[in-house]
Write a protein that binds this ligand. Structure first.
Ligand SMILES: [Zn+2]
Length: 345
């Protein structure tokens, strides 16, 4: 194992404090691939409030592609005409209808700060039953966009926790499907809310009709990455998903919800159909597909509250204030990134 000084001196893709998890056991990806940080303690950090499932630092990208004849489309050409990476501001033109997109993480019960990110199976059943009774079709995001939103709710789950298998039972019982976003570089390890699905389990989930989407390689906040690392995050995760699942993913979810015009354009150039953020408001069909906002459903939403959330989008002030503060917040994170690099140089 390299010494600490050598490890510190090597160029890093992103500050350790913003990187994602890692291994729950000695059989983790990082251990198998010889990560220099494997086996020694990594600093603990506060999770992000936007996708706060990251608690441990990782300084290693654990995956090397195994080619089986498929490679991601490299971003050499123009953005496909069907792709619009415009700002998330909704258009309300003729024919535009609201499309509620629900965001879940873990299907379990969690106490403490992360409680809102875990919805227990019984509550999930109550929420989805209420939506089905209200006449909504419950499908994955790409399918919902294809249907143009009418009486449709898109259901999404981030991070790929093992407890999604319980969620899958609920989806089947309700007659629903969903989109599950996974980080190819973290498959089989664990994050803050529990262990993550293995590739075999993800393939089973896909076989059950769930759309598998890309959540980036190792959950970096993409909007503050240098160009080369941004490309690596998207390209390698795209290739790995296609390699493991036999075809390219069509939907992308920005880690922590962070994105910018540069990030949206990069995702579009790799051939994705759509990408989603956190947003906390309703999407309107016809708006840009590369910043689809989602509504966070918590264990405090009963059936009636879930239906109300999908109809109103929730309180408008909070998401508006967050959007207004986003450029300043990105500048702070950029500054922190540059400061860390200077410290380590
Ligand atoms: Zn996430």
């Amino acid at each position: 194992m390299p010494t600490r000084s050598r490890s510190v001196a090597r160029p890093r893709p992103t500050p350790a404090s913003w990187c994602s998890p890692v291994p729950s056991s000695a059989s983790s990806n990082r251990s198998r691939t010889g990560c220099p940080a494997a086996g020694r303690a990594t600093p603990t950090r506060r999770p992000s409030p936007r996708c706060p499932t990251v608690t441990r630092a990782c300084r290693w990208v654990p995956w090397r592609p195994r080619r089986r004849g498929w490679t991601a489309r490299r971003p050499t050409g123009p953005v496909p005409s069907r792709c619009t990476t415009s700002s998330p501001a909704p258009r309300t033109g003729r024919g535009s209808v609201p499309l509620p997109v629900l965001m879940y993480h873990s299907v379990s019960t969690v106490d403490g700060r992360l409680r809102g990110l875990a919805v227990p199976p019984r509550r999930l059943r109550e929420q989805l039953d209420a939506l089905a009774a209200a006449g909504y079709a419950l499908v994955g995001l790409t399918e919902a966009l294809r249907r143009n939103g009418t009486q449709t709710v898109a259901v999404t789950f981030d991070d790929g926790y093992v407890d999604f298998l319980e969620g899958l039972d609920v989806l089947r019982a309700v007659g629903a499907t969903a989109t599950l976003y996974v980080n190819p570089g973290h498959v089989g390890t664990r994050m803050a809310l529990g262990p993550l699905l293995s590739w075999d389990q993800i393939r089973d989930v896909a076989g059950a009709g769930v759309e598998i989407g890309n959540h980036s390689l190792v959950h970096h906040p993409l909007d503050v990455l240098p160009e080369a690392l941004l490309d690596k995050e998207i390209r390698e995760s795209t290739e790995r998903l296609a390699d493991e699942l036999g075809g390219p993913a069509r939907s992308f979810a920005y880690p922590h919800g962070y994105h910018s015009a540069r990030v949206r354009a990069a995702v579009a150039r790799y051939g994705y159909d759509n990408a989603c953020e956190v947003g906390r408001r309703l999407y309107r069909t016809g708006a840009g597909r590369f910043a689809v906002p989602r509504l966070q459903v918590t264990p405090d939403h009963d059936g009636a509250a879930t239906v109300a959330l999908t109809r109103t989008g929730g309180p408008p002030l909070v998401p508006a204030a967050k959007r207004a503060a986003q450029p300043a917040w990105r500048a702070v994170r950029w500054a922190a990134l540059r400061g860390l690099h200077r410290t380590l140089a």
